[in-house]
Design a protein around this ligand. Sequence first.
Ligand code: C2E
Ligand code: MG
Ligand code: MG
Length: 287
Amino acid sequence: MAMYQAKHAGRNTWRFFDPTMQAVAVRRALLESELRQAVPRDQLRLHYQIQVDRHARVTGVEALLRWEHPEYGMVPPGDFITIAEESYLIVTIGDWVLEQACHQLADWARETRTAGLGMAVNISPMQFQQPDFVTRLEAILAASGASPERLKLELTENLFMDEPDAVRETMLRIKALGVRFSLDDFGTGYSSLSYLNRLPLDQLKIDQSFVRPLFADDVNRVICASIIDLGRNLGLEVIAEGVETQAHHDWLEEQGCHAFQGYWLGRPQPLAELERQLNEPVCIAGE
Ligand code: C2E
Ligand code: MG
Ligand code: MG
C-alpha cells in the first residue's frame, strides 16, 4: 500500500505504511461490494432538479443519482461515482439511470401538463466510451418509448481529452438520433476551446463554482459574462447551475443567460415532490 501511494504521488519518493491506509482500503472494498448489490437490491434512486428558462417556465429537469443505503441513508453521488467508475460498475449503474430517466420521460409525454419537459442525464466518460454505448442508448430509448429530442446528455470536458475524434464520432451518431448535448461544469476543465465548434453541442452549463460566489469576486462575474458571450457567438444555449439567490438569477439574466438551475429555483427532489412543485408556479420577481 505504501509503495502504491508513493507511485501515485509521482514516483521517486517514499511513504510509510500507516494502519489508516488499510482502514481506507477496507472501507473502499466494502463500499464497492455493497455498490455492486445496489442495482439488484433496488437501492438506487433518481432525484430531479428543475431547469427554467428566461420566462420562469420549467423546461425540464436534471436527473441526479442517489444511493439509498440501508445503514448510511441517502448517499450523494460524490461519495460513490468514483468507486463506480474505478470498478466499471458505472456501466450498469449508468444504464439503470438512463432507463429510469427515459421511462419517466415517456410517462410525462402521456400527460399534456408534463409533455413538454426535457430530462438531462449525467454520463460518465467511461460509460460514454463503452463500444456499445450508442446501441444500448438506442435500445433504452426504443424500449421506453421516450422521445430522443427530450433527452439531453450532460458530458464533461475531460471526455474530450483522450480520443477526441472517436468521441466526436460517437456524439454525431447520438445526435443523429435526435438526442441533445450539454457541456457540464464548463470552465473547470483543462481542454482546448477549439472543440466547441467541432462537436455537436447544444448547451454550455456554467459551473456552479463561478455562479455561487458570483458577488464574492469580480473574476467570477467576468468568467460568467464571457461564457455567456461565447455561447451567444457560437450559437449555443447557456445554462447556469448553482443559482442560489435572486441576485444571481437577475444578474445572469441581464447578461443574456438563457436558462437557470439551482437551489433558489428548486432543490433536487424525489419524483412525488417534483410533481408537487410542477403544480406551483415558479416565483420569479417581475414575472
Ligand atoms: P453535476 O452534474 O454538476 O450536478 C450538480 C450538482 O450540484 C448536484 O449535486 C446538485 O444537487 C448540486 N446543486 C444544484 N444546485 C445547487 C445550488 O444552487 N447550490 C449548491 N450548493 N449545489 C447545487 P449532486 O446531486 O450531489 O451530484 C454531484 C455530481 O455527481 C453531479 O454534478 C454529477 O457530476 C454526478 N452525478 C449525479 N448523478 C449522476 C449520474 O446519474 N451519473 C453520473 N455519471 N454522474 C452523476
Ligand atoms: Mg450535471
Ligand atoms: Mg455541473
